[in-house]
Design a protein around this ligand. Structure first.
Ligand SMILES: [Zn+2]
Ligand SMILES: [Zn+2]
Length: 104
């Protein structure tokens, strides 16, 4: 019965500056817009990751099929598609960070 760790059970905005995703395995991830904007995986941003993301907010968030979220940003950027896999992998919480940073 357990849901998938990379399938959102719920996606909701938190206040004015963050997005919360509850995953199928019960894990909660909280992403600030700044983090998401700066983590945009699209080709444009990977080529020129100059944007700090500060002050940028999503104009629209919509599901892409069953595997991703497309976010349209207030700075006019529209090509960012955040797959669920990717979102889970950038979860900034304490529990997930050790998996992302291999330090020390
Ligand atoms: Zn982008
Ligand atoms: Zn996490």
């Amino acid at each position: 019965m357990a849901g998938s760790a990379t399938e959102p059970d719920g996606v909701e905005r938190v206040g004015d500056n963050a997005l919360k995703i509850r995953w199928g395995d019960g894990h909660d991830s909280l992403y600030t817009w700044e983090l998401l904007r700066a983590s945009c995986p699209c080709a444009v941003c990977r080529e020129a990751p100059a944007v700090s993301g500060a002050g940028v907010r999503p104009v629209e968030i919509k599901p892409v099929g069953r595997y991703a979220l497309a976010i349209r940003w207030s700075d006019g950027h529209t090509t960012g598609i955040f797959s669920h896999d990717y979102l889970r992998s950038i979860c900034p919480c304490e529990a997930c960070r050790p998996n992302q940073m291999t330090e020390g």
